[in-house]
Design a protein around this ligand. Structure first.
Ligand code: NAP
Length: 310
């Protein structure tokens, strides 16, 4: 009996016909390591069913050393596309035949489309976050002064590039290893050259993860976004000291583990308006669907399916 919910790199490489032998045929999937926890199949399969598309979306458990072979096998296995998640997004940029401008600037690909046997790479994380923030807080990123924690990570870089392209009022890049964001700051500088109304502070700043520097920058910010991997486990230390959280802040935590993350708990206790990463997950997935099928995603169907996993 074939389990249509999880496959391996070996399945893709050595047994590509397997994916078409299942009813409905498997044509999409999320590639990761680990991947068993991924909620994408739940809402992507709901979207496929609601749209009357006879295809199924699965999980593909692929370790880093098998990533290139597995991705290169997708066309032979009849896939029309895939999502890519931890830890493969940067490797995906290197393996695709073409990548769009935003994916290249972000240094990572989370969505692959297969056309004529060629792999085309996109990244929907940043645009997904922008849609989630608009939905959660009724504001546009372009009107916000943003403090971004973990700007040197994969998701952090994609979010930083998106904020810059949206021409946000102000962007404070924060990372434990400062060297990772100094080059990013240089790359983004052209987006922050014009005058905006943001007070007596620079529009683009890179700082280390230190309370005093953070306190200063948060005084001149509207939203705090956590793009570090801290908070994925309940045993993680707090992302930032709760004393830095205030009632006038918006707090967006990209982490989306079922319950409240420590950051959301602390921010709620401080009176801040907060949201977790489920909205970003939903919208990045809806944008992937739109890229694969060139039609609007059934967002409410996807949302209901995603919320049913919590
Ligand atoms: P990543 O590339 O491994 O980056 C991890 C980031 O976290 C780096 O900036 C790293 O700083 C920082 N970090 C790790 N441990 C830290 C610590 N103890 N103190 C301070 N900073 C620390 O991971 P990623 O792929 O970008 O994922 C990051 C987060 O984004 C995850 O929580 C993931 O769930 C979330 N995410 C959510 C969505 C969504 O749809 N909601 C989509 C994508 C990602 P250094 O550079 O100094 O190591």
């Amino acid at each position: 009996m074939i389990d249509p919910d999880i496959f391996s790199a070996e399945d893709l490489v050595s047994n590509p016909e397997k994916f078409s032998s299942i009813e409905p045929a498997i044509r999409l999937g999320v590639i990761g390591d680990p991947v068993a926890h991924s909620r994408s199949p739940v809402f992507q399969n709901a979207a496929l069913a609601a749209s009357g598309i006879p295809a199924r979306y699965t999980r593909l458990h692929v370790p880093p050393e098998r990533f290139v072979d597995a991705v290169r096998a997708l066309p032979r296995a009849g896939f029309l596309g895939a999502n890519v998640t931890i830890p493969h997004k940067a490797a995906a940029l290197a393996v695709v035949d073409e990548a769009d401008d935003y994916a290249r600037a972000s240094g990572s690909v989370n969505t692959i489309v297969i056309l004529g046997g060629k792999l085309h790479g996109f990244n929907t994380d940043g645009p997904g976050l922008v849609r989630a923030i608009r939905e959660e807080f009724s504001v546009d990123v372009r009107d916000l002064r943003v403090v971004l924690l973990g700007a040197g990570g994969g998701a952090g870089r994609a979010i930083a590039v998106q904020c810059a392209r949206e021409r946000c009022e102000r962007l404070v890049l924060v990372n434990r290893s400062l060297e990772k964001i100094e080059a990013l700051k240089k790359d983004l500088a052209p987006f922050f050259q014009s005058e905006h109304v943001s007070g007596p502070v620079e529009r683009l700043v890179a700082i280390p993860f230190e309370d005093e520097a953070l306190r200063r920058e948060l005084e001149n910010a509207d939203i705090l976004i956590n793009a570090t991997s801290l908070g994925m486990s309940r045993l993680d230390p707090p992302v930032i000291s709760p004393s830095l959280l205030t009632p006038n802040q918006l707090v967006y935590d990209t982490v989306y583990s079922g319950g409240m993350s420590r950051l959301i708990e602390d921010a709620s206790a401080a009176g801040a308006r907060c949201a977790n990463g489920l909205g970003m997950l939903l919208h990045q997935g809806a944008l992937s669907f739109e890229i694969w099928f060139n039609r609007p995603a059934p967002l409410e169907v996807m949302r209901r399916a995603l919320l049913s996993t919590i």
